[in-house]
Design a protein around this ligand. Structure first.
Ligand code: MF3
Ligand code: CO
Ligand code: CO
Length: 322
């Protein structure tokens, strides 16, 4: 018979006597590893592989050389040919995300996932947008457990029970397509699985709130309402963004209710919605690599992202595989 855990239960502390296949201390009757077990070790900075090369024939954004994306202006309502290009880039991004996501398993390193994302972008004739964007050193963002976003792929192997967000952006036909999803690594505890599920629901609630003529603050209002109902936090420091010729441009798309987000949605706009939802605090701490953002309380966080086109009646999701 499985040993009973009888001591006090404090959040975030693993009862040390329990093994993965024992019944969980909470009385659910499920195996501990499928219920409340979480890998407790905080994510640490790892080693980076050498910079990956992009073949000569691939058209690059200007920042590929300089690191500086600049801040030029493009119309929020995109011209038809730009919309078609964003459609193609978004489809390619979704395909790459599906391929890289299918490779997630215990033991694979985030650097190996980066290599795959890099190759898959190039195989589609595109440039992996993160590479040298403001100096970002890799082709994919990999954000594990308490990492909110912009995790840098390194030699850390994924561990059974982790959750990992993969954020793919490709530059193709002169525009970017941007999408991400959070994947489960092996057997993931119930609390984390619920977090990932609710985060996906938050993205879909945000998308459902897209309607021409309405302020873009409606998106965050819908997301925040769903997150709060479940007792979750909404990260404020990172927002959705316009995406077309520029990787990140206006409008800002807050994921919480921000009445100052007054941009009126109009058909022909393209932007992302990419809520980051937390088990605990929505506040973040930045690592000294100036990229990796983690929750201030080190509790887990998840994210999903789509690139959208505002239509006459709502939103079309562009980051879907063909
Ligand atoms: N893809 C991320 C987003 O959703 C941005 C990554 S920027 C990078 O906006 F430099 F970290 F790659
Ligand atoms: Co984005
Ligand atoms: Co992204």
């Amino acid at each position: 018979m499985a040993p009973l855990y009888t001591g006090p239960v404090s959040v975030g502390v693993t009862p040390s006597s329990l093994k993965s296949n024992d019944s969980c201390w909470c009385g659910s009757g499920r195996k501990y590893k499928r219920c409340h077990k979480q890998s407790q070790a905080p994510v640490r900075r790892g080693r980076l592989s050498p910079t990956r090369a992009v073949p000569e024939g691939i058209v690059r954004p200007d920042y590929a050389e300089t690191g500086d994306p600049g801040t030029w202006i493009e119309p929020l309502v995109r011209p038809p040919e730009v919309i078609e290009a964003v459609r193609r880039a978004s489809r390619a991004a979704a395909e790459v995300l599906a391929v890289v996501g299918a490779a997630v398993r215990p033991g694979i390193t985030t650097d190996e996932l980066d290599a795959l994302a890099h190759e898959e972008c190039i195989a589609r004739g595109g440039y992996p947008s993160p590479l040298n964007y403001n100096g970002f050193p890799k082709s994919l963002c990999t954000s594990v457990n308490e990492v909110i976003c912009h995790g840098i792929p390194d030699d850390r192997a994924l561990v059974d029970g982790d959750i990992v967000n993969l954020d793919v952006t490709i530059y193709l036909d002169g525009v970017h397509g941007d999408t991400n999803a959070t994947f489960l690594v092996g057997e993931v505890d119930e609390e984390s699985r619920r977090l990932v599920q609710v985060t996906y629901e938050c993205l879909m609630e945000g998308i459902a709130a897209v309607r021409p003529g309405q302020p873009i603050s409606d998106v965050g209002a819908a997301i925040e309402a769903h997150a709060r109902a479940g007792g979750y936090g909404v990260v404020r420091a990172f927002v959705g963004h316009g995406v077309a010729r520029r990787f990140h441009g206006p409008p800002h798309v807050p994921h919480h209710y921000d009445p100052s987000a007054t941009t009126v949605m109009q058909p022909g706009m393209t932007f992302t919605i990419e809520p980051m939802i937390t088990l605990g605090t929505w506040r973040h701490v930045m690592w000294d690599d100036d990229w990796t953002a983690v929750t201030a309380d080190k509790r887990r966080t998840a994210q999903f992202e789509h690139t959208l086109l505002v239509t006459d009646s709502g939103a079309e999701i562009l980051t879907v595989a063909g």
